[in-house]
Design a protein around this ligand. Structure first.
Ligand code: NAD
Length: 616
């Protein structure tokens, strides 16, 4: 059974976000419509390609969709165009279901996607409803209409690598200078890795089975945005180059054609003989979360591709081989860790897959958990009553626990904005303001410099910018942008939003809330508070989703977007929304006992109920 898409309602021409005069009665409704169109943009050329598969309404991340089917896409459009300034459209898993009489300061759209009662939140139950045409997977920013393409992925990977370098003693602005990062996977998300490493001054070796993926990223006449510097076919040759670049402190990325299940064990053996070959950092972005997509050493293609030519190939056989390769891959990562490399997971679920293999009968798979000291957001062991706190945890941490949590404590996260007019110069004008007026945040300043250096090459669809902006600065920047519009320094309205992967808007125990200090990894009250607050404070549209990033039943998260239209009245709403949205994130981390959040609360006057009553 296939999910119904009602193709007869699909537009004849590919979609591109409209940038002309108002079609709707408010800029809030217009912005929601333009951003939904933007998510589905694909004119065939990189500058105007946002969606992964627009004909199937898929924006990114497996099957993350913008609307349930084409009929619903058209219905949402119609409703938004006719929506009164005091009405709110309710969208249930990509379907327009109700027009509520609200008020002018209420959100114009309220979205709920892919939410199932916890015991039913499984892949099979979701797929059943999806095939009946009753549900839609919204990922994080696909169904909430604030996806901006590769730039968002790149910035998150850049920030992770930046903090990896800083935590290991590297220096700003290029903390990876003179270091070697080993990773694998150059797919949709993984292709951000080479640039994220070189933008931080480091040398990266990225192993990828499919040679064409490497070729597509290299500089060449057909590639307007090369993301990888060099290709290698031989491991020894690749490592010799790595050492050369590392010694001369030359940022460089090399794509090595190979399978991580084979190359990584070889690197271990080579590093045993020569420490120069030992990577400083090891991570992974192969599609380990799905055994059908992870490629065993016996093949060069994924299962879905292989059965087109080998219909007899049994799925169980393929997955068994996948597990074998993954176990070798993991054993090598752990050996490198034992030899001194810093190893962390970048959200691909490889640790959980190895655990599943072990409990599923492959007893020789390495144990992935052990009792270890609990680390704080600075990477220091937590001491209570003179004793180091210990707990059973993954042998090596995920990227949020290790590098991003400290940013979350400060209310920092993937804040972003896009022009509704399509004018690139409006984004550059804001960049200049960020560089000048927000320079006290060195990371923000550095990213703005890089964004300027790369110019419009980052833009896909409506020009946009992502910056990890902190509590306090988000509201200040929102007001500044609104004033720029009022003073005609910017020509059109700007939408301001963020990924759901943010400080106070997500519960995802294997990623964003992994190994919280107070063990509240699975507590999902926080994203619900975030959702309610954004509604009360007047965001332009808000969303609540489940399963984004990691799969059904594994995460719950909220999104918000607000339009800066240049009016004085909008100042108040912008200030409110852009304060409370990261504010609940700071509170969440304060409540969990993080000292950095405590400092932010104190310095920035975040209102937390009085601490005079103390738990023992
Ligand atoms: P993708 O499927 O587009 O690409 C995966 C790549 O890995 C493919 O190019 C494939 O050929 C390669 N590959 C598979 N098995 C291999 C092997 N054994 N050796 C070498 N290469 C192999 O996936 P993607 O979108 O790039 O994402 C990669 C993974 O990273 C996913 O699991 C994703 O969920 C995760 N991810 C998480 C975050 C996050 O948590 N914020 C961000 C980005 C990516």
């Amino acid at each position: 059974m296939v999910r119904p898409l009602y193709e007869k309602y699909r537009p004849k021409e590919p979609i591109k976000a409209y940038t002309g005069n108002l079609r709707c009665k408010t800029w809030d409704a217009e912005a929601a419509l333009r951003m939904m169109e933007n998510n589905l943009t694909d004119l065939g050329e990189p500058r105007y390609r946002v969606a992964k598969d627009w004909k199937n309404l898929i924006v990114y991340g497996g099957s993350g969709r913008a609307a349930r089917n084409w009929l619903e896409y058209q219905r949402i459009r119609d409703v938004l165009i006719n929506l009164e300034p005091d009405e709110t459209l309710c969208v249930q898993s990509g379907k327009a279901v109700y027009i509520a009489q609200t008020d002018r300061e209420a959100p114009r759209v309220v979205i709920a996607n892919s939410n199932l009662v916890p015991r039913w939140a499984t892949d099979s139950h979701f797929d059943h409803l999806d095939e009946l045409g009753l549900m839609m997977y919204g990922q994080m920013t696909a169904g909430s209409w604030i996806y901006i393409g590769f730039q968002g992925i790149l910035q998150g990977t850049y920030s992770t690598m930046h903090h990896a370098g800083l935590q290991k003693g590297g220096n700003y602005p290029n903390p990876l200078e003179g270091t070697f990062t080993l990773t694998a996977g150059l797919g949709a998300m993984g292709q951000a890795q080479p640039l994220a490493i070189t933008m931080n001054g480091g040398v990266g070796l990225i192993v990828e089975v499919k040679e064409e993926k490497i070729d597509n990223l290299l500089p060449g006449k057909d590639n307007s945005f090369p993301k990888l510097d060099e290709k290698a076919r031989d491991l020894k040759d690749a490592l010799e180059r790595v050492i050369r670049y590392k010694q001369s402190r030359t940022p460089k990325s090399i794509g090595l054609v190979g399978n991580a299940g084979r190359t990584h064990p070889e690197i271990v053996e080579m590093a045993k003989k020569n420490r120069e070959y030992l990577p400083d950092f090891v991570t992974d972005q192969t599609s380990a979360h799905n055994l059908e997509n992870y490629i065993p050493v016996e093949y060069t293609k994924e299962y879905q591709e292989l059965i087109k030519t080998n219909p007899d190939l049994k799925k169980e056989e393929y997955e068994d081989k996948s597990q074998e390769t993954m176990i070798n891959h993991m054993k090598a990562m752990l050996e490198l860790r034992g030899m001194g490399s810093v190893v962390f997971e970048y959200g691909n679920g490889i640790r959980a897959k190895i655990e599943a293999a072990k409990s599923g009968g492959k007893t020789y798979a390495p144990a992935m958990r052990e009792v270890q000291p609990v680390f704080d957001e600075n990477g220091n062991p937590v001491v209570k009553n003179g004793k180091t706190v210990e707990r059973e945890q993954y042998i090596y941490p995920g990227f949020v626990r290790k590098y991003i949590r400290k940013l979350f404590c400060q209310g920092k996260g993937p804040f972003r904005w896009a022009t509704l007019s399509g004018l690139e110069e409006d984004i550059f004008a804001i960049d200049r303001v960020v560089e000048k007026e927000f320079a006290s945040d060195p990371e923000l300043k550095r990213w703005s410099e890089l964004a300027r250096e790369y110019g419009s090459i980052f833009f896909q669809g409506l020009p946009s910018r992502v910056c990890w902006v902190a509590y306090g600065d988000r509201a200040r920047l929102g007001l500044r942008i609104n004033k720029m519009i009022r003073d005609t320094k910017i020509k059109g309205p700007i939408v301001i939003g963020r990924d759901h992967l943010d400080c106070g808007s997500v519960a995802s125990p294997t990623r964003e809330t992994e190994e919280m200090l107070d063990e509240t990894d699975a507590v999902a009250d926080w994203p619900l508070l975030n959702f309610a607050l954004n509604a009360l404070c007047g965001a332009s549209w808000i969303s609540f989703h489940s399963g984004g990033g990691v799969g059904h039943g594994l995460s719950m998260h909220a999104g918000m977007v607000i339009v800066a239209d240049g009016t004085k009245e909008r100042d108040r709403r912008l200030e409110r929304v852009l304060t409370i949205d990261p504010g609940i994130g700071v509170a969440r981390h304060f409540d969990a006992g993080y000292k950095t959040a405590e400092e932010v609360v104190r310095k920035k006057g975040v209102k937390i109920p009085a601490q005079k009553y103390q738990y023992e």
